[in-house]
Design a protein around this ligand. Structure first.
Ligand code: GDP
Ligand code: IMO
Ligand code: MG
Length: 428
């Protein structure tokens, strides 16, 4: 059996949580492969809303296993809080929530360094979620990190103290910040018991054996392709590989095991934090998208920057990921616009192109738009593509033609049930 992948094609918050939760029923295992509590994946069903940061979005589907893979970085404090949320919701996660031994730990001092480094950058700051992601991945590649498996070693405390001391020395290069290390450390230490009580596995062996037994795996991405450490809008990115290749690294699965790559994009575009965003709107339309789409960060509550969909950006992400099917989310947010736009090319320093340059953050970029008619009606009751207004169908056909990938699902609201499915084999 093979692995299917769900990931974001923009700058995160495309609706991955909702789609993973919906599709999870078709799988035996959902596995997160990268990122950490910088992610905020929202699930809505039965009138309730849950935001997951570290726990995979298959946790509410009772039959299946959820794996926090090797490529993820884990803050025990956040994970404990999420588990308490599951307890409160009456979800039985015992034996269903597995943690890979090679996943790295986020220490309180990683969070302190994240905050100190961002604050020192001033107006050049990345807009990090301040969850300690950058410093933790730095320690991973610098070969200094602590992993989940290390929690069970007799010298764990010694190694923890040594790493913390190193961080405290490093912090001296930054202006001082407000950070209550003693209190954070106490919470962190107390949270370790929760992690230890979960099932800790050799992630790569567990998943490869599961495939041999014919199990179906869904790999859940965090962040989005444009936040990828290598191919995103560097340096305004996160610190992991968010694209399909990250599945192989993060879960220890060979490339031939990957089957469908389901790429998610909003029907428009958002970004939270700093960095280039060619189609960003600073006008009333941008504000309408923010209000109508409730575009405020799931992790930090910050207002998200909003703009029209950017096709050169999506084509780039589709190329990097090998996307085989597209999911368009939040199409209902466009209900209120009589005219819709999509950037087809970018004019960069006076030259029209559909290729993003290396230094896009330092260039003059003007999007070239196609304009389409909106549908100006609610999509709430619609359950099939055929029922959709002609203008909405035309918008989907336009995207398929431009992006050369079939659209298999269209999300029309935050709820699990607000989804229009299409038979991909019949499309394109
Ligand atoms: P993720 O990080 O990719 O899982 O996405 P987030 O959960 O951070 O952000 C997506 C937001 O949009 C959440 O508040 C979802 O409840 C909401 N959402 C998801 N799909 C739809 C949709 O089709 N329509 C609307 N209006 N909201 C949606
Ligand atoms: P999900 O999985 C949106 C952004 C931050 C910042 C940059 C670096 O919910 O889609 P970091 O905390 O990684 O150092 O932040 O990346 N960012 C996200 N934006 N959705 C996310 O996750 C994000 N995770 C990080 O805002 O600009
Ligand atoms: Mg999110």
């Amino acid at each position: 059996m093979a692995v299917d992948v769900i990931l974001g094609l923009q700058w995160g918050d495309e609706g991955k949580g909702k789609i993973v939760d919906y599709l999870a029923n078709n799988y035996d295992i959902v596995a997160r492969f990268q990122g950490g509590p910088n992610a905020g994946h929202t699930l809505k069903f039965d009138g309730k809303k849950y935001i997951l940061h570290t726990v995979p979005s298959g946790i509410f589907r009772e039959h299946l296993i959820n794996v926090i893979g090797n490529g993820v970085v884990i803050d025990p404090i956040t994970l404990k809080r999420e588990i308490e949320q599951l307890d409160a919701a009456g979800v039985n996660y015992k034996g269903r929530l597995l943690v890979a031994k090679k996943a790295h730990l986020i220490l309180p001092s990683h969070r302190m360094l994240d905050a100190a480094s961002e604050s020192a950058k001033g107006k050049d700051k990345i807009g990090s979620t301040l969850k300690g992601i950058g410093p933790t991945y730095m320690d991973k590649t610098g070969r200094n990190g602590l992993r989940i498996g290390d929690l069970f070693e007799p010298n764990f405390e010694e190694r923890y103290e040594a790493l913390k001391d190193k961080h405290l020395k490093l912090a001296a290069i930054y202006p001082e910040i407000d950070f209550d290390m003693a209190a954070e450390e106490e919470k962190w230490m107390a949270s370790l018991e929760t992690i230890k009580s979960l099932e800790i596995v050799e992630g790569e062996w567990y998943l490869n054996n599961a495939l041999k037994e014919g199990k179906r795996i869904l790999a859940e991405g965090a962040q989005g392709s444009m936040l990828d450490i290598d191919y995103g809008t560097y340096p305004f990115v996160t610190s992991s590989n968010t694209i399909t290749a990250g599945v192989c690294i993060g879960l220890g699965l060979a490339p031939q095991k990957i089957n469908e790559v389901i790429g998610i994009t909003k029907a428009y575009c958002t970004r939270v934090g700093s960095g280039p965003f060619p189609t960003e709107l600073h006008d009333q339309t941008g504000e309408q998208l923010r209000v109508e789409g409730a575009e405020f960060g799931s992790t930090t509550g910050r207002p998200r920057r909003c703009g029209w969909i950017d096709l050169p950006q999506l084509k780039y992400a589709i190329m990097l990921n090998g996307v085989t099917q597209l999911v368009i989310t939040k199409i209902d947010v466009l209900n209120i616009f009589d005219t819709l736009k999509a950037a087809v090319r970018l004019n960069i320093d006076g030259k029209s192109t559909d290729q993003w340059p290396f230094d896009i953050d330092r260039r003059e970029v003007v999007p070239e738009y196609d304009t389409m008619e909106g549908w100006m009606t609610s999509l709430e009751t619609m359950t099939s593509f055929d029922e959709m207004p002609e203008q909405a169908k035309a918008f989907i056909h336009y995207l398929e033609k431009q992006l050369d990938v079939p659209v298999s699902m269209i999300s029309t609201g935050p709820d699990r049930k607000s989804l229009i499915l299409r038979d991909v084999s019949a499309v394109v």
